[in-house]
Design a binder for this molecule. Structure first.
Ligand SMILES: Nc1nc2c(c(=O)[nH]1)N[C@H]1C(S)=C(S)[C@@H](COP(=O)(O)OP(=O)(O)OC[C@H]3O[C@@H](n4cnc5c(=O)[nH]c(N)nc54)[C@H](O)[C@@H]3O)O[C@H]1N2
Ligand SMILES: Nc1nc2c(c(=O)[nH]1)N[C@H]1C(S)=C(S)[C@@H](COP(=O)(O)OP(=O)(O)OC[C@H]3O[C@@H](n4cnc5c(=O)[nH]c(N)nc54)[C@H](O)[C@@H]3O)O[C@H]1N2
Ligand code: SF4
Ligand SMILES: [Mo]
Length: 685
């Protein structure tokens, strides 16, 4: 009989990091259940989390390194693979200079420790070229909020808010635990406002739902600001003491009349704007506003996010209980080398064109990378080491992504599976899963930190992220930056200034509380209450002005609001489905059975005009190309006429074949993936 046991750790089938109980029979994972004592998910799991063992045990999982040869991929021993990769990287760095090598981290390993390791490694070997999925994820929200409030992790204090505003986010699909938080808040009387292009699951529960055209949230937010100012629903003391730029903002928002906001957003602004403003007035400062991914992937994303963050400043909800709270941080040591070994003089790719993105995120620009690989301008990039990403499906203009990655001298991909991107690689290295590594994870809103358990050791030839970067750094003469013998030693070092020990965390696998909530911390910050250049909440930004941008959160109409007879529809992409995380999960039985095909969501009147019925194939064409995809004809005005939605991540009917990689948010460089002008035709046959 095999020994039966349960190990507590965190799920990482998406970045929500729910507490899980992993059931083992000997060395086989038999079942994954929710950990009832974890503060975040309280025992609940979504369909992805409870089927994590399907990914772990998948017969398709890579267990041996693969090398591309004339006969296709062949298996080789790990040591040989690492030796050969190191030799090739060295040769490329000698020939073209250290910056000709880049590293790319994807969403598969998340945002914290594993990201920092990739950043550390690339700087250790002398290149500034760190790329990631964040060129199209979250960074614009970090920058937009950061420009107004300072670059810190402000979050809506959902559990204490009197009104919650979910703006461009649909938690039931993307953050299931937030739905539980919302339900608890509703049960104690909190109001719920939802603003979305679609009548989503969360919108159906709302006290107030406002439907807008894609990329027009900036106009709505500035209209709401005008209304708050007109009615004097403001926190004057906070504005006077802690903000800059009020007069300029007041002057600017005058043009955001109901007529103009209606014209831009497509909503009835005379009804919607006062209604939103009243919800804010009735709850302020306990108004928790959440801005989602719906704001990103437009040409005006950062400024729209800034406009919403200005509302927090106007009503004084910043770092208030129930408002836009700044959780107390855990003082983990910094793994990156930006202080120790800054390399900006080596011209990180894209930092010249999107300097704000580089200032805030120290991140290069993936769309620029594709052009650079193909053109050699401004300097050659000849090798990419990629881990936990699948840009051949997830980045815009995937035909170009495939062409560029295939033309490198060296592409190394670390993944669990032979993905579309891995298939382009010279070497594919099998990666350890979240159940085979140990890392420090914080749930900031609850002030807890969890040390994830290595439920099982990785199979021979399979490495965790640390071991991989360690082994390659040592082969490349950068071993001095990777002196920890293993992850445990690394985790011990990271904790050294926190007052917590590794042993303490090992004994508290459901998480350890490191601090208590503390509000209005800016009261104790002396001359510089906020981490903006002025030390105050910035309605206007001198810093942006110096880079040649507008100092105000100006609104620019998205290109899909200008009638274009060739491309008359506005395509939104990427609304999350619960069963898949981006391109992941499609090869796992339970998930793929739960949702079997991609679809284009369109309004019934558009379907009628096109002569399309439910399930009929529709050809969708942008100026990048076209895809064919089955129709989902919505009823009850789930989406506005003229607007359509396709979720990304599908191999067939991959919407990123037609998203734009040459039109950007000018501040953060995000590609246009949510206001894409397209044409629709019924596909015959
Ligand atoms: N059109 C459109 N495109 C989008 C978006 C959109 O809204 N619309 N959203 C964008 C956003 S927000 C994001 S974050 C990106 C995501 O872009 P990616 O990060 O490229 O997407 P994933 O499909 O999550 O790829 C993760 C890969 O990591 C692998 N993996 C899983 N676990 C591990 C592990 O432990 N170690 C390693 N080494 N690999 C692992 C998986 O098998 C998978 O192949 O997509 C973007 N693309
Ligand atoms: N199941 C699952 N969960 C995930 C992911 C996944 O792929 N699958 N990805 C994870 C990642 S990396 C991220 S970044 C987050 C995604 O971020 P979230 O913000 O959590 O994504 P969604 O819940 O899909 O919400 C986006 C909503 O914005 C709406 N929307 C689109 N354009 C606009 C617009 O212009 N204005 C407004 N107001 N609304 C708009 C869409 O209709 C959709 O309902 O989700 C994370 N969680
Ligand atoms: S939401 Fe689902 S996939 Fe994401 S961490 Fe929780 S259980 Fe895992
Ligand atoms: Mo993301």
């Amino acid at each position: 009989m095999s020994e039966e046991r349960i190990v507590k750790t965190l799920c990482r089938m998406c970045d929500d990091r729910c507490g899980i109980d992993v059931h083992l029979s000997g060395s086989r994972i038999t079942k994954i259940e929710g950990n009832p004592s974890h503060v975040w998910n309280r025992g609940r799991l979504c369909i992805k989390g409870s089927h994590g063992e399907e990914m772990f045990n998948s017969p398709q999982r890579l267990k041996k390194p693969l090398k591309r040869t004339e006969k296709g991929f062949v298996e080789i021993p790990l040591e040989q693979a690492l030796d050969e990769i190191a030799e090739k990287l060295k040769a490329i760095q000698e020939k073209y200079g250290p910056r000709a090598v880049g590293v790319w981290k994807g969403e598969g390993v998340g945002f914290a420790q594993q990201e920092e390791l990739a950043r550390r490694w690339i700087h250790a070997i002398g290149s500034p070229n760190y790329f990631s999925n964040d060129s199209a994820c979250f960074a614009s929200r970090w920058i937009g909020n950061g420009l107004v409030l300072g670059p810190q992790g402000f979050q809506a204090d959902v559990d204490n808010a009197d009104c919650l505003i979910y703006w461009g986010q649909n938690p039931p699909n993307s953050h299931p635990n937030v739905t539980q938080q919302i339900n608890r808040a509703r049960a104690r009387g909190a109001r719920l406002v939802v603003i979305d292009v679609r009548f989503t699951q969360i919108a159906r529960q709302a006290d107030l739902f406002v439907q807008v055209r894609p990329g027009t949230d900036g106009a709505l937010a500035l209209g709401v600001i005008r209304e708050l100012i007109a009615n004097d629903w403001l926190d004057h003391k906070f504005i006077e003491t802690y903000t800059v730029g009020f007069e300029a903002l007041e002057e600017y928002v005058r043009q955001f009349t109901y007529e103009y906001v209606s014209q831009e957003t497509g909503c009835d602004a005379a009804r919607a704007v006062p209604a939103i403003a009243r919800e804010i007035r009735n709850s302020m400062p306990k108004t928790g506003i959440v801005v989602g991914n719906g704001f990103e992937h437009h040409e005006n994303g950062v400024n729209s996010i800034r406009a919403v963050a200005c509302i927090d400043g106007l009503i004084g909800s910043v770092d208030q209980k129930g408002g836009k709270y700044l959780p107390v941080g855990l003082n983990l040591r910094e793994l990156t080398l930006y202080e120790e070994r800054p390399l900006r003089h080596l011209e990180p790719l894209g930092a010249d064109r999107f300097p704000v993105q580089y200032d805030f995120r120290h991140e290069c620009h993936t769309m620029t990378l594709m052009n650079t690989i193909l053109s050699g301008e401004p300097y050659p990039i000849r090798a990419i080491v990629m881990t936990a990403a699948n840009p051949a499906v997830t980045n815009p203009n995937t035909p170009k992504v495939k062409k560029a990655l295939s033309s490198l001298d060296l592409l190394v991909v670390r993944d669990l599976f032979l993905t579309e991107t891995a298939q382009l690689a010279d070497y594919v290295l099998p990666a350890a899963t979240y159940l085979e590594r140990s890392e420090l994870v914080t749930h900031a809103l609850f002030h807890t930190v969890t040390l994830t358990s290595r439920v099982l050791p990785p199979p021979e030839g399979v490495q965790d992220e640390y071991q991989f970067f360690h082994d390659l750094a040592h082969r490349l003469g950068a071993g001095e930056y990777f002196l920890w013998g293993n992850e445990d030693e690394l985790n011990r070092w990271l904790l050294a200034d926190t007052g917590l020990t590794l042993e303490q965390l090992q004994k508290t696998p459901s998480g350890c509380q490191y601090a208590k909530p503390k509000y209005q911390k800016y009261l104790e910050q002396g001359e510089r209450p906020f981490r903006t250049p002025s030390g105050k909440v910035e309605f206007t930004s001198e810093y942006l002005k110096e880079y040649g941008y507008s100092e105000l959160p100006v609104y620019v109409s998205p290109r899909t609001n200008t009638p274009d007879p060739e491309y008359p529809y506005a395509l939104v992409t990427g609304a999350r489905k619960l069963m898949y995380c981006h391109a992941r999960g499609h090869n796992l039985p339970a998930l793929s059975q739960a949702l079997t095909a991609p679809e284009i969501e369109l309004h019934e009147t558009d379907a009628r005009v096109l002569g399309v019925r439910e399930g009929d194939p529709v050809r969708v064409t942008s100026r990048m190309g076209s895809i064919v995809i089955p129709a989902h004809v919505t009823t009850a005005d789930e989406i506005m006429p003229g607007v359509v939605q396709i979720t990304h991540g599908w191999r067939d009917a991959n919407v990123n074949d037609i998203t734009l990689d040459d039109a950007f948010d000018p501040i953060c460089g995000f590609p246009v993936m949510k206001s894409v002008p397209v044409r629709l035709e019924k596909e015959s046959g």
